[in-house]
Design a protein around this ligand. Sequence first.
Ligand SMILES: Cc1ncc(COP(=O)(O)O)c(C=O)c1O
Length: 369
Amino acid sequence: MNFNQQINDLDKKHLLRSRKISENAQGVEMVIDGKKVVNFCSNDYLSLANNEQVKEALVQGVKQYGVGSGASHLVSGHSKAHHELEEALADYTGQQRALLFSSGYSANLGVFSALRDDVDWVLQDKLNHASLIDANQLLGLPLRRYLHNDLASLKSKSNKQTGQGLIVTDNVFSMDGDRAKINKIEKIANFSNALLMQDDAHGFGVFEANIPQNSIYMATLGKAAGTMGAFVAGNDDFIDYLVQKSRPYVYTTAISPSLCCATLKSLELIKSNEQKTKLLANIDYFRNFAKSLGLNFENSESAIQPMIIGESDKALELSKKLFEVGFYVSAIRPPTVPPNTARLRFTLCANHSFEQIESLLTRVANVMA
Ligand SMILES: Cc1ncc(COP(=O)(O)O)c(C=O)c1O
């Protein structure tokens, strides 16, 4: 195998991915590759990743439980901290139970792997997250997708299926920032004998969870909660079923108990709504100011505000120019997004100031001119 050739090919197509190195905590102001920048590409939507109370909870967690969990949940790795966090997440989402996973990626694989013998067909939104697409392999069923956020397309495809189905959607779409119409999708799912599964990675903590009865809910903790890990929430029977049948749950080491202590504190802060109010005000301010400058953003009410550029090289160049003038905004290119829809993906956080948003957008207007 010629790895070097493949790398060179990607580079020629402007699709080579690389990493920048940060030197301080995740947040609005960061030092990246040695340069001070204002960060507009973080998923730390509520600015909790470097929150003093969350950090203190983590430290206390380390003092009580040490660092590693030492084993999988079903062996000796399930601590009181894990258990309390699961109970708190169930309570917060209004579900009977919640089950922790080490990441959103593994939670999605975990749900699909458990459903392997019980589902006859699956339909996914065309723009669902990569982890849901990869998880489809574990079902051993073909990947069938309906047009993005298109209920007519979902309806016509689901009408053609027989047996037990699974309809899967992101709640907030990770590269577009728009939201699925959960209630309408649920009606179609009920009508076509399908279970609804939603991935709320980008909505959890920002929007109130909308979880229809007997549906599957997955959310991540590495974004608005500012820590890491993920959970699936549902009724008692479904969670017990996952514990028995979800291979990515059974065959992996539990996350550090101290992270659960930190996440419990995050959850308290999420419930207080203080950071969320700041974030929602920032989203509003960003959208209005962009409009006043004539900048063309996608229609999104979430913290994810994409500007479609088209060509990958152009998106990369704009991202580079913004970095040079002190703003970190990532260029998202295929295959993460469909061909010819490379974009600048701006993400907003609670701790951004209106001044930072204004000066970012003014710069964007300049580099686009
Ligand atoms: C919609 C969506 N689902 C799942 C994941 C995976 O979550 P994690 O980063 O916790 O693995 C992500 C992003 O990371 C995501 O954007």
